[in-house]
Design a protein around this ligand. Structure first.
Ligand code: SAM
Length: 221
């Protein structure tokens, strides 16, 4: 058995580590593992281990059929979601053309292209045009915009559907574990507004989860 050390707030790796991070390691297939390695080595953003593990566990139980992702990057979380939910279709939005193209290649290499609708553009504009009926939404793009997107995301989410927002504890800034750097006060305020909104919304039931960099799990009543 591994020697016990208390890992909470260990920022030596540059990442926020929760006390549970060491246990919450996702089982990923070899192709996705190597895509993640490539993303990490090139500084491309992608969900951390604990977040991905939570996503896999949750989706294994819920098995949504119509998933929306805001922020595809190179398609890693999208591919993981599709692998877990064999009957699902994914609509994934990304505004960086290079990431969009690379995600397209990755979906194709993983034989997932037929189950994905990729949309290139600004998520805020695109969600206005989507028909809706999503039973799972993974919100993982510009954090300052989360609160602005919320009213529309609620409209396009089915009753009983789940809205999962990533990175809502922002390196521990929102829980007071670490002080908010002066330059990031605006970002912290916007994310706080999102957390405040979803935890006080009569149409949602929400739990804030201390996994990864913080997740807001909201279910539409
Ligand atoms: C954290 S990364 C997504 C990681 C991906 N979900 C994963 O786990 O593999 C956030 C992505 O959102 C994209 N993004 C940021 N703001 C956006 C916006 N307003 N509209 C669409 N995409 C946006 C960024 O270009 C970036 O690729």
């Amino acid at each position: 058995m591994e020697n016990f050390t208390y890992a909470h707030n260990d920022t030596s790796s540059g990442e926020r580590k929760t006390p549970t991070a060491r246990f919450n390691v996702p089982a990923l297939d070899e192709k996705i593992r190597s895509l993640r390695q490539s993303a990490f080595s090139r500084g491309i953003p992608t969900a951390d281990d604990e977040t991905l593990n939570f996503l896999i566990t949750l989706l294994s139980a819920v098995q949504p059929e119509n998933i929306l992702e805001l922020g595809s990057a190179i398609g890693i979380s999208g591919s993981v979601m599709l692998n877990v939910c064999s009957n699902a279709h994914l609509t994934s939005i990304e505004r960086e053309e290079g990431f969009f193209r690379e995600a397209s290649e990755n979906f194709s290499a993983l034989a997932l292209s037929e189950r994905v609708t990729q949309i290139l553009g600004d998520a805020g504009e695109i969600i206005k045009t989507l028909e809706g009926g999503f039973d799972f939404i993974f919100l993982d793009c510009a954090k300052v915009q989360y609160v602005k997107y919320l009213p529309r995301l609620k409209q396009i989410l089915k009753r009983g559907g789940i809205l999962l927002a990533d990175d809502v504890l922002l390196y521990g800034w929102l829980t007071g574990e670490t002080p908010v750097p002066k330059k990031r006060k605006m970002l912290a305020r916007h994310v706080y507004e999102y957390v405040d909104a979803v935890t006080h919304d009569n149409e949602l039931t929400t739990t804030i989860i201390n996994a990864g960099d913080g997740l807001a799990l909201s279910v539409k009543k």
